[in-house]
Write a protein that binds this ligand. Structure first.
Ligand SMILES: Nc1ncnc2c1ncn2[C@@H]1O[C@H](COP(=O)(O)OP(=O)(O)OP(=O)(O)O)[C@@H](O)[C@H]1O
Ligand SMILES: O=C(O)c1ccc[n+]([C@@H]2O[C@H](COP(=O)([O-])O)[C@@H](O)[C@H]2O)c1
Length: 213
């Protein structure tokens, strides 16, 4: 039996700033997994790292600019609108209530997946959503904890997520994008032109607001 509920992808991130690694992964996942939409959700107060120097509103503005040409992508403001640590388990519980007619899939890179069993109430996430893991250069070795999770939960094909269910994990065979926001933040002060890994509209925003200088 096919699942009649469309799948909504939730791609959480600090997006400090958003770059083509994020954008191309979001577009690839949406198409490869037949997601109705991918909603990019900037975290407000990251629970797991220092607060970014750029405000949550500005990080969201950059996401909005980066996705403007792609109707299959949308900005999810849930975490920005709440003054609490941005725990994915809490956000997904709220999104599940907000989108009862959809099945949820949380999208994350391999580096994030390798830390997943240290997340706040991570077991609850697997009761609320499937995980779609994007491969990322330099992070292609799975931690022992991630391997253990995959043992019982991994599905091999995107089409498997169309069946009713939750807590399944798909590791995608996606094109690799060797870029990180950390690297960008370090190189941006030296750059005079838009680098290949940044959407031009995001570059213009960074220049206009003198970010990362
Ligand atoms: N180049 C990439 N390829 C695949 N996944 C990526 C890539 N860059 C980021 N991601 C994933 O996108 C999500 C949000 O990442 P984040 O906003 O932290 O970007 P980042 O480039 O990892 O930033 P930073 O270097 O500041 O940690 C995470 O799940 C991360 O694994
Ligand atoms: O909920 C948690 O404990 C948790 C711990 C680490 C990361 N996350 C989420 O994972 C997403 C990617 O995180 P990051 O640091 O790679 O931007 C982002 O939505 C974070 O809020 C969530």
């Amino acid at each position: 039996m096919n699942n009649t509920k469309p799948i909504l992808g939730i791609f959480g991130g600090t997006f400090d700033p958003i770059h083509y690694g994020h954008l191309r992964c979001a577009l690839h996942v949406q198409q490869a997994c037949h997601l109705e939409q991918v909603r990019l959700m900037p975290c407000h107060l990251p629970a797991h790292r220092a607060s970014p120097g750029v405000s949550a509103e500005q990080r969201a503005d950059m996401v909005r600019l980066a996705i403007a040409d792609y109707p299959q992508l949308a900005l999810e403001l849930l975490e920005l609108q709440q003054h609490r640590p941005s725990y994915s388990a809490i956000s997904l519980a709220q999104l599940a209530l907000q989108y009862p007619e959809h099945q949820l899939a949380f999208i994350l890179g391999m580096d994030a997946f390798n830390q997943f069993t240290r997340w706040h109430r991570w077991q609850q996430i697997l009761q609320l959503a499937d995980l779609i893991v994007c491969q990322r250069p330099e992070y292609q070795t799975l931690s022992a904890e991630s391997q253990a999770l995959l043992l019982h939960r991994q599905v091999q094909q995107a089409v498997d997520l169309q069946q009713p269910g939750k807590g399944r994990i798909l590791v995608l065979d996606n094109p690799l994008h060797p870029i990180s926001a950390t690297e960008l933040r370090h190189s941006l002060p030296e750059l005079n032109a838009c680098p290949a890994w940044l959407p031009p509209a995001v570059w213009n925003y960074i220049r206009l607001h003198k970010l990362y200088s």
